[in-house]
Design a protein around this ligand. Structure first.
Ligand code: ZN
Length: 291
């Protein structure tokens, strides 16, 4: 699958070295710099040989079976996921559990796997920045600046172009996010006027106080639990928009794909990227209850 421009035996033509796994992982580290990683996190090449050639990449949120199925079907050389496969380490990769089976299937198919997690959350143009852009925030700044670079960090806080009713903003957010069975939950006074918005893709329980301290009127995140959300709203703003973990992080993938393609083009290579549309939230159906 190496990409060779023309016949190297012909002196009139140019031999083009293929991109390698190492090249693409280097571009990934430029887009999602390692110094932005949280201390508990894992952002790295998970399996694969850095010297192998890469023509095509699949980007996805989760390194799960359905994504491995898609990678094999598309015959890509590398999968880049947001979440790590083994966040807390492992003492085996045997094919006796789903993660080990994913490793085996990827290696057998000659597909490498890498991830960028909190590095991509925090980066310029990363998950938080993409989520802020998707919902129309102006002047977005990190909600929780990185101690290593305060211009980047977890979440974003910014302003809407015009003050808006919560219900209208929520409707716009619902359109901006990709669909997943649970959809979007709204907590707060639907007719209240909001202008300052905080966003953070993925689980946002831990940032409720940070969003309040930032003066946000509404906080868009995911995975909010009953007690933290209820107790937070008892004390007022920010109102809450709770999307799904997958949907609020998926928005960071298309800009990353474009960035990797540009990095390849800058080296005179072509990299084909695919952004997975497989919904990897755990939920497959939402039913209204009680009626
Ligand atoms: Zn996540």
């Amino acid at each position: 699958m190496s990409q060779i421009g023309t016949d190297p035996a012909d002196p009139q033509t140019i031999f083009v070295h293929p991109l390698t796994v190492a090249d693409v992982v280097a571009a990934l580290r430029t887009a999602a710099p390692p110094h932005l990683a949280e201390s508990w996190d894992s952002n790295r090449l998970i399996c694969g040989d850095p010297a192998e050639s890469v023509d095509s990449v699949l980007l996805a949120v989760d390194p799960v079976t359905a994504v491995v199925d898609e990678a094999i079907r598309r015959d890509v050389d590398l999968v880049i996921t947001h979440h790590p496969l083994y966040l807390r380490g492992t003492d085996h990769v045997s094919a006796t559990d789903p993660k080990g089976r994913c490793v085996h299937r990827l290696i057998r198919a000659g597909i490498a796997l890498a991830n960028a997690h909190t590095t991509l959350d925090a980066a310029h143009g990363g998950v938080a920045a993409a989520l802020a852009a998707a919902v129309g925030l102006l002047g977005a700044a990190p909600l929780q600046p990185s101690p290593n670079d305060p211009t980047q960090g977890i979440g974003r806080v910014g302003r809407l172009e015009h003050p808006t009713r919560l219900r209208d903003f929520a409707a716009a957010v619902a359109v901006a996010l990709p669909d997943s069975a649970p959809g979007l939950l709204v907590g707060g006074d639907l007719d209240a006027t909001i202008e300052t918005v905080a966003v953070s893709g993925g689980a946002g329980d831990g940032l409720l106080g940070t969003a309040r301290d930032a003066g946000a009127d509404v906080f868009l995140t995911a995975d909010l639990r009953h007690h933290p959300a209820s107790e937070h709203l008892e004390a007022g703003r920010p109102y809450l928009l709770c999307g799904t973990h997958w949907a609020t992080e998926w928005v960071g993938l298309p800009p990353l794909a474009a960035r990797l393609e540009r990095a390849a083009a800058a080296k005179g290579r072509r990299l084909a990227t695919y952004v997975s549309e497989v919904v990897t939230d755990p939920w497959t159906l939402r039913l209204s209850t009680g009626s």
